[in-house]
Design a protein around this ligand. Structure first.
Ligand code: SAH
Length: 238
């Protein structure tokens, strides 16, 4: 099993000690977190749910879901990011179980073990996003939710997410994102359906560089979130 780009893991590991600094390269993740958390809680009602956060990094989303009352497991392949995530629990007093394991291995060992699977800002960093989507579909219980977010691939997303964010506004280090790995919503929906998931919501996320405000809405040209559900087994309530 080697659906991992070690250069990508290295990149995140090198800056992992900044993860909880809201003014670091992780600032965008801190700023979008309340938006995405509200969106996924609205769909899946996180309180008391078993959640797995795939590609959890330093745990920004994982911790916030735990704060909503979910029982959260975070997995990632960057040891350093996980170390930072575990250390931060001492500061926040929250509970999250962090594990260094590939999504595919976790899925093989724990099929249908989670009510909710989140995989945010991660698919654009792996060699085979389809394989991660399959693993997520395997991890979720019938009737459960799977949430993805990633970057669309078109001229505008190149201009905003690469040129704008990395070169012009310097919000992210150069080389953070590889345009060729961006994923169109139709492609992600295709991976999800091929893995047996139903696509139930596609929401865009925009950033206004003048007001510095992020918002959810219909514009999926650059950043977007996709909500999927694994169909309930016949004869069981959804
Ligand atoms: N999901 C988090 C972090 C996004 S950063 C959030 O949105 O807040 C991307 C994360 O994906 C990094 O922590 C990186 O280590 C992880 N990652 C990249 N490739 C991976 C792989 N193949 N398997 C697991 N995690 C991976």
């Amino acid at each position: 099993m080697s659906n991992v780009d070690t250069a990508e893991i290295q990149k995140f590991s090198e800056v992992a000690h900044h993860w909880w600094d809201p003014n670091s390269e992780f600032k965008p993740l801190h700023e979008i977190n309340p938006l995405r958390l509200g969106w996924l809680d609205g769909h899946a009602q996180l309180a008391s749910k078993a959640v797995i956060d795939v590609g959890c990094g330093g745990g920004i989303l994982s911790e916030s879901m735990a704060a909503k009352g979910a029982t959260v497991t975070g997995i990632d392949l960057s040891e350093k990011a996980l170390k930072v995530a575990r250390l931060h629990l001492l500061e926040s007093g929250r509970e999250v179980t962090y594990r260094h394991i590939a999504a595919e291995d976790m899925a093989a060992k724990n099929p249908a073990a989670f009510d909710v699977v989140t995989c945010m800002e991660m698919l654009e960093h792996v060699p085979s996003p389809a394989s991660i989507v399959r693993a997520c579909a395997q991890l979720v219980k019938p009737g459960g939710w799977v949430f993805f977010s990633t970057l669309n691939r078109n001229a505008k997303s190149y201009a905003f997410a690469v040129l704008g964010a990395e070169y012009l506004l310097k919000m992210l280090p150069k080389g953070t994102h590889d345009y060729a790995k961006f994923i169109k919503p139709a492609e992600l929906a295709g991976f999800a359906r091929a893995a047996g998931l139903d696509v139930v919501d596609l929401t865009g996320m925009t950033y206004n560089p003048l007001t510095k405000i992020y918002a959810l809405g219909r514009d999926t040209d650059v950043n977007y979130l996709m909500a999927c559900r694994r169909p309930a087994e016949p004869g069981t309530p959804a």
